[in-house]
Design a protein around this ligand. Structure first.
Ligand SMILES: *Cc1c(COP(=O)(O)O)cnc(C)c1O
Length: 355
């Protein structure tokens, strides 16, 4: 860092994204992207004619895409705001609803960006340990008097909490914002979107990156009471009113309207996940119960780092976390059936060499 960098950031450690090798040499099971291409409707929507219109700014109100998302979820367009990825939505939320009077609370094992945003914005964080079995006890957050941020299902564990538990959180924290980050909800957990009609302190955050094949387009959104959306738009228009580019707006609209493609791809991922869990367990892995497009698995003998390195040497990328309580595990994104078979065969080779 330079000597000019503000001391405000002395304790800031930036988020480390998963590896994105640019040579396409790997079977990539490390950043929870979809193995499928975007819907054919998305590819049609991003036409050369639309590329030609890039000379013009995008719609700052994101009208058509917001409306399409609102229609899909049965809410009004005034209940939806878009972000350049849900990371940006989370950034807006930390700025809008956390300060020296209102700290933030989130689990010790969860999405890494929460602690990064807390540091970036100088917000005190109450980091609450998950239970021994990696489950989240909502009682730890009831009446906490802080902004609560929970990924449901959680990452990297893949485990979900029930809607009844989320409602308990909302009722017990009427004067605080509760954020439910539903990046993976389409793979089998219950969404809290309907609760946004009943609770004005709830923000549901979702993304097109995991279940809608648009990680590289950068599109996320929040659904909440209209007053919350107004707040988030104040932050958005004070940051970048054109935060969603023209092509991404078109891609997002086409994607959310193609429900058949969405249903078939997410169903296939869920089936491949169940297959992978069974096969990993046969090979001596403990696999946490996943409602996501990844599994979090620990082998009875081989450690996380060893398996990560040996898989990488053989052309398969998975994620490994060098952190207490996580270092025995691999986080493996669910890909196509062929990719999962390649992973399983490679694990067989690695494990048989150890014997
Ligand atoms: C992937 C992910 C996000 C961010 O996704 P974007 O690509 O920024 O939309 C947010 N929260 C969780 C828990 C995630 O896993």
């Amino acid at each position: 860092m330079s000597r000019f960098f503000s001391h405000r950031f002395d304790s800031l450690t930036a988020y480390t994204p998963g590896e994105q090798p640019q040579d396409q040499q790997y079977i990539k099971l490390n950043t929870n992207e979809s193995p499928f291409e975007p819907s054919p409707d998305v590819i049609k929507a991003v036409s050369s004619e639309e590329v030609g219109k890039l000379r013009l700014y995008s719609d700052p109100e994101c009208k058509r895409t917001v409306q399409a998302i609102a229609d899909y979820y049965g809410v009004k367009s005034k209940n939806v705001v878009l972000g350049n990825g849900s990371d940006e939505i989370l950034s807006f939320i930390f700025q809008a609803y956390c300060d020296s009077d209102t700290p933030v609370a989130f689990p010790d094992i969860s999405y890494g960006f929460y602690s990064v945003f807390a540091r970036l914005y100088g917000i005190e964080a109450d980091v609450i340990p998950l239970k021994e079995d990696y489950s989240l006890d909502v009682n730890d957050y009831c009446g906490i008097g802080k902004t609560v941020v929970i990924a449901n299902p959680n990452a990297p564990t893949g485990m979900a909490v029930s809607l009844a538990d989320i409602e308990k959180l909302l009722v017990s924290n009427p004067d605080n914002i509760v954020v439910i980050d539903e990046a993976y909800v389409d793979f089998g957990a219950d969404s809290a979107v309907a609760l946004t009609k009943k609770y004005s302190n709830l923000i549901v955050v979702q993304t097109f990156s995991k279940s809608r094949q648009l990680a590289g387009a950068r599109l996320g959104f929040a659904i909440a009471h209209e007053n919350i959306i107004t707040d988030l738009n104040t932050i958005r228009f004070s940051t970048n009113p054109y935060n969603i580019n023209r092509l991404t707006l078109l891609a997002g609209e086409a994607s959310i309207k193609d429900t058949a493609y969405f249903e078939s791809t997410r169903t296939e991922i869920i089936a491949n996940r169940e297959y992978t869990v069974t096969e990993l367990e046969k090979r001596g892995f403990r696999v946490l119960p996943s409602k996501t497009n990844f599994v979090f698995a620990a082998h009875s003998e081989a450690g996380g780092e060893e398996l990560y390195s040996k898989l990488k040497a053989r052309g398969i990328l998975v994620r490994y976390f060098n952190k207490e309580r996580l270092s025995d595990f691999l986080r493996i994104t669910i890909g196509t059936r062929e990719q999962m078979d390649a992973l399983l065969n490679t694990l067989d080779a690695i494990l048989s060499e150890r014997e």
